[in-house]
Design a protein around this ligand. Structure first.
Ligand SMILES: Cc1cc2nc3c(=O)[nH]c(=O)nc-3n(C[C@H](O)[C@H](O)[C@H](O)COP(=O)(O)O)c2cc1C
Ligand SMILES: CCCCCCC(=O)C(=O)O
Length: 342
């Protein structure tokens, strides 16, 4: 029987996947407190639906950085899609495009960024890790520009890897060290680790005209600094609970960041989105759109590109139903008055 919600994709993916790979996808850091609150904090928010609104036509479309997408739900950057399905990121890119939305390709992909762009039928952003040299980062940005990626998403919450204990229990380790080569296809002579600071963002701004988004911002203070350093968007994220355990949930961090930004750039969020009502709550709290991480990997593991498309379709259908029940016929009509914290 076909899965009817994303949790059923999760259960199927777990059955199908090698436990070592499953634990890499599923795990958080330390005691997985942040992983849990990313979900449970959605339950602290209640909806205040409005009645007697004509919802016979409901439109889930929106724009992100001017790009039209069919739903305010995008694919978050996640590493190593090849662990879930032999077609890896090809399948994800095709599934996202078929669903009418945007995919963010990870620096840690199992396919090169050019290969992903060739396979894709929808818009793409490129997620950049700057932890080797600036020379390598500049080369990746140049290649992303040439391949038609529409924005650079710089992940700022991984100065070091979080303590992923589920993976530590396995004797086989995930081949993350090989990834740089897979992505770049070139040997780098310089293997030092580049410390990333706000100056690095200034440097990045100076080498590309593509929009720059910072992923991993959790405070109003950093959101203001991001604007001062010329970014075009902010992704409120705690990396799916995989970095600093005990960090605030993304949905709890969202309002203070939206307030601090005051409409000066687009704000997105990820972390714990599993239902259409989660998307509705995030939009009501000021997110322009959300990104989804693990559920995409579950769809990919279960049924390749079709699974990815279906996961996105389920979330879109749930969002559309929730919008109608809440009296919101368009994405633009979703506002702060729709939610209250309990
Ligand atoms: C298996 C896995 C790999 C990830 N790899 C990356 C990555 O390469 N780059 C990145 O910026 N974030 C990465 N993330 C974090 C996601 O982009 C996103 O922030 C997180 O998955 C959102 O939470 P969710 O899984 O609850 O939707 C990864 C997350 C997972 C689960
Ligand atoms: C040192 C390599 C880090 C890759 C991290 C991929 C990722 O973001 C995640 O596993 O989470």
């Amino acid at each position: 029987m076909d899965p009817i919600n994303v949790f059923e994709y999760e259960a199927l993916a777990k059955q199908l996947m090698d436990p070592v790979y499953w634990d890499y996808y599923a795990g958080g850091s330390d005691d997985e407190v942040t992983l849990q609150v990313n979900r449970t904090d959605f339950n602290r928010i209640r909806l205040r639906p409005r009645m007697l609104v004509d919802v016979s036509h409901c439109d889930t479309r929106t724009t992100v950085l001017g790009q039209l997408i069919e739903m305010p739900i995008m694919v978050a950057p996640t590493a190593l899609h090849g662990l879930g399905h032999t077609e890896g990121e090809y399948a994800t890119a095709q599934g996202a495009g078929a669903a009418g939305t945007l995919m963010t390709a990870s620096t840690e992909s199992t396919r090169t960024l050019e290969e992903i762009a060739q396979a894709a039928s929808g818009p793409l952003w490129f997620q950049l890790y700057i932890f080797h040299s600036l020379k390598l980062a500049a080369e990746l940005v140049r290649r992303a520009e040439a391949a038609g990626y529409q924005a650079i998403v710089v992940t700022v919450d991984l100065p070091i890897l979080g303590n992923r204990e589920r993976s530590k229990r396995h004797t086989i380790s995930i081949p993350l060290s090989a990834l740089k080569e897979m992505v770049t296809g070139v040997e780098e002579e310089e293997l030092r680790r580049e410390p990333m600071t706000w100056e690095t963002i200034d440097w990045l701004r100076s080498i590309t005209h593509l929009p720059i988004l910072l992923k991993g911002i959790l405070t109003a203070e950093d959101a203001v600094l991001a604007l001062e350093h010329g970014v075009d968007g902010i992704i409120v994220s705690n990396h799916g609970g995989r970095q600093l355990d005990g960090a605030v949930s993304s949905i709890e961090a969202l309002p203070e960041i939206v307030e601090a930004v005051g409409g000066r750039c687009e704000v997105y969020m990820d972390g714990g989105i599993r239902r259409g009502t989660d998307v509705l709550k995030a939009l009501a709290l000021g997110a322009r759109a959300v990104l989804v991480g693990r559920p995409i990997l579950w769809g990919l593991a279960v049924d390749g590109s079709k699974g990815v498309q279906q996961v996105l379709k389920i979330l879109q259908t749930e969002l559309e139903r929730a919008m109608k029940l809440a009296g919101c016929p368009t994405v633009a009509s979703i506002n702060r008055a729709l939610v209250k914290w309990t």
